[in-house]
Design a binder for this molecule. Structure first.
Ligand SMILES: Nc1ncnc2c1ncn2[C@@H]1O[C@H](COP(=O)(O)OP(=O)(O)OP(=O)(O)O)[C@@H](O)[C@H]1O
Ligand code: SF4
Ligand SMILES: [Mg+2]
Length: 365
């Protein structure tokens, strides 16, 4: 699925990226490995926050790691300012990799327990030999102020800090090399709700004040709603719906997106959809694609869903989803697209009397 800004505005372009783990040739399905990411395309503009959401195992981290250069895609390309991230052979200290910095869920994993805060934030500058020691220390002071850490925290060790303070340290270290894109993988999931809001405000200020682009990965839709400009919804390695926050949160079209939204405790009951309980777990991608990857769990599935792979449909400018039923039910769907899907009647192509309707023959999870 393609989703994104105009090419000339994009700092990041992800083109048809797939990542497979554990492939061992043409043997059994297990031996062919896990399709963690399947043909994902999107772009991110400067100062834009794009969220990637989905259940556990949907491929969010794998996609984020392909963007950061921590993983090499099995297929497809990640372009950052028109340079291929995977072809950058100088490693994490190269000019290209400096511009893309990861922020992880558990700050303790990225903080050396033996180092005080000041040294942790200074380490990228030391490693890249940027500036004099005096200039590095000045920069650390500026970064601590930027992320809301008091100056006395510079001499503290990670175990002397709260979870929120630890994440601020990790973010300050990520900012040390003046990146242009942060890939933040569940950066608030380990924090208390009240602290989450503070760290989300920090990300918002980094975008607004520094013009940082942010790829924000979260399994929690409520976390991304107020921070993000656009949302990509992932299921079993695919982006099944994408659009602006308003499009995805207020007018979701994919049954999986609706189910995720239904799972959010609703402050405003008017925003709730008819509850559609989602059964089962994310399955592995089928070895041979004979239908929609979500069919076994989908509350709206019909017969065609098990035989036809849904292509992506535009539901509004910038709002796309891959669902046969949603596409067939949309008045603006081109006649050729909906007519080509067997077993699904729609307003433009009512089935003749006497033939079975999709609902009559439909499959439900
Ligand atoms: N190194 C690996 N080797 C083999 N399989 C992997 C590896 N990393 C991830 N996977 C598999 O790829 C799929 C996607 O995993 P990934 O960690 O990207 O999901 P996720 O959406 O980030 O999940 P979570 O919300 O739990 O972090 C899963 O089936 C996972 O088991
Ligand atoms: S194509 Fe069918 S199974 Fe897939 S999401 Fe749409 S209704 Fe559900
Ligand atoms: Mg993950």
């Amino acid at each position: 699925m393609t989703s994104g800004v105009q090419d000339d505005q994009a700092v990041l372009r992800v083109e048809h990226v797939s990542k497979q783990f554990g492939s061992r040739g043409m043997l059994s399905r297990a031996a062919r490995g896990v399709n963690a990411v399947v043909d994902v395309s999107f772009s991110v503009a400067r100062a834009e926050v794009v969220a990637i959401v989905g259940e556990t195992g949907s491929g969010k981290t794998t996609l984020g790691n392909c963007v950061s250069g921590l993983l090499r895609p099995t297929a497809g390309r990640v372009w950052f300012e028109n340079k291929d991230v995977a072809q950058d052979r100088q490693g994490r200290r190269s000019e290209l990799r400096r511009k893309i910095q990861p922020v992880f869920q558990d700050p303790r994993s990225s903080l050396d327990p033996r180092w005080p805060v000041e040294r942790t934030i200074r380490e990228p500058l030391d490693a890249c030999r940027i500036g004099t020691m005096r200039e590095r220390r000045d920069k650390v002071a500026t970064l601590m102020d930027r992320v809301g850490l008091p100056s006395f925290a510079g001499s503290r060790y990670p175990h002397q800090l709260s979870g929120g303070q630890q994440q601020r340290v990790a973010i300050a270290a990520a900012l040390a090399l003046d990146p242009e894109l942060l890939v933040a993988d569940e950066p608030v999931s380990a924090l208390d709700v009240s602290v989450q809001a503070q760290i989300l405000n920090l990300f918002e200020s980094l975008r607004a004040d520094l013009g940082l682009a942010i790829l924000f990965i979260s399994h929690d839709l409520s976390v991304v709603q107020h921070l993000s400009d656009r949302v990509l919804v992932m299921y079993a390695g695919r982006v099944v719906e994408s659009g602006t926050v308003t499009q995805v949160f207020e007018h979701p079209v994919h049954p999986y997106t609706k189910a995720l939204l239904d799972a959010i405790p609703a402050a405003d009951p008017s925003r709730r959809h008819v509850p559609m309980p989602l059964k089962g777990e994310i399955g592995g991608a089928p070895a041979v694609e004979t239908g929609c990857v979500f069919a076994a769990r989908c509350p709206e599935a019909v017969a065609a869903c098990t035989t036809t792979v849904p292509g992506e449909t535009d539901f509004a400018p910038g709002h796309r989803a891959s669902c046969l039923v949603a596409a067939a039910g949309r008045p603006a769907v081109p006649a050729s697209a909906s007519a080509a899907v067997p077993g699904i009647p729609d307003a433009q192509h009512p089935q003749p009397e006497g033939t079975s309707s999709a609902n009559e023959e439909g499959l439900t999870a």
